[in-house]
Design a protein around this ligand. Structure first.
Ligand SMILES: Nc1ncnc2c1ncn2[C@@H]1O[C@H](COP(=O)(O)OP(=O)(O)O)[C@@H](O)[C@H]1O
Ligand SMILES: [Mg+2]
Length: 297
């Protein structure tokens, strides 16, 4: 395979990912780092004490808590208030859909949850960890261990085969048997016969299956998916959804899903509607596991 190169000087991992400035490809592999470190004023952003024992982290409920999040980015026209006070708690093991018009801040919210975008203010705690308290490297390690991210546009490494794409996060984590695990995951998503194909040799649906296998390769507790069927036709999208929900249930992971598709949203325990950077409504469905709390400020 095309090896990930580890620099002996910095210990950083350098992988040929095609366009290295493609934030989503790199971030889906946890390779992306901001060029300049951002310092956070500790008075405004208290760091949560890390759990003393792993078991405490496992029992942390909810799995993710957002507290009065604001995200303001600067465009040429001036500052844009993208998230305007989002507070939310999602129970571990549940599924939630984030829906809303284009431009309402859904992707931005998911990126902030993943720690790929730093909130301007507010607090994000995932499994007991305050993400703002983590530096970029620690955040990348945490994200790799705890989260699986699926994007609309797949973001596979074009120079790697399906097998290599799925094995990569495992190899970077130093997991034993990376290729065996990757092979069985690809088998599970119905791609046993395509393991040696490069992304360009796969259909959109097949690429998303590879991306799904890669996102779940380290059995993340939290799966974040941004319009995972957005680039697929209805039938192919349905197959991806069935796989995503099936694998999630088997791994007992939490799923937070951004979608335009009301039918897909209706498959989740909870539907959170965004409008103009805020939560406009938040509706939990019958199941007790979806007991939730949300406050839009
Ligand atoms: N880097 C950026 N700089 C300035 N504005 C941005 C940037 N990225 C997104 N936006 C704006 O933020 C708003 C929310 O975007 P996004 O989170 O992608 O919405 P959605 O996923 O709901 O369509 C949009 O108005 C978009 O134009
Ligand atoms: Mg979006």
């Amino acid at each position: 395979m095309f090896p990930p190169y580890v620099s002996s000087k910095t210990g950083t991992v350098d992988v040929d990912i095609g366009d290295a400035r493609d934030k989503s490809t790199a971030s889906s592999l946890n390779l992306w780092r901001r060029p300049t470190p951002i310092s956070w004023p500790s008075a405004n952003f208290p760091t949560t004490t890390p759990p003393k024992h792993e078991s405490e982290a496992i029992l942390t409920d909810p799995i993710i808590t957002l507290d009065n999040l604001h995200l303001t980015l600067t465009s040429r026209a001036g500052p844009v208030n993208i998230l305007r006070g989002v507070s939310l708690a999602v129970t571990g093991g549940s599924t939630a859909a984030i829906v809303g018009p284009s431009g309402s801040g859904k992707t931005s919210l998911l990126m902030v949850m993943a720690g790929l975008e730093r909130a301007t203010s507010g607090r994000i705690v995932v499994r007991g960890r305050d993400l703002q308290g983590l530096g970029e490297d620690a955040l990348a390690v945490f994200r790799g261990a705890e989260m699986g991210i699926v994007f609309q546009a797949f973001h596979l490494v074009p120079t790697m085969t399906a097998l290599e794409n799925v094995a990569l996060p495992l190899e970077l984590a130093g997991a034993a048997g990376a290729f065996e695990t990757a092979r069985s995951l690809l088998d599970e998503v119905g791609l046993a016969a395509r393991v040696d194909h490069f992304p360009a040799e796969l259909s959109g649906g097949e690429q998303q299956r590879v991306a799904l296998a890669r996102a779940l390769s380290r059995r993340p507790r939290l799966i974040l998916a941004d319009e995972p069927t957005g680039n697929l036709d209805g039938k192919t999208g349905k197959q991806i959804v069935d796989l995503l929900f099936g694998l999630r249930a088997r791994m007992d992971a939490t799923l937070i899903l951004v979608t335009h598709d009301e039918r897909l949203a209706a498959m989740t325990d909870r539907v959170i509607r965004m409008a103009d950077g805020r939560i406009a409504s938040d509706e939990a469905r019958g199941q007790p596991s979806a007991t939730v709390r949300a406050v839009s400020q």
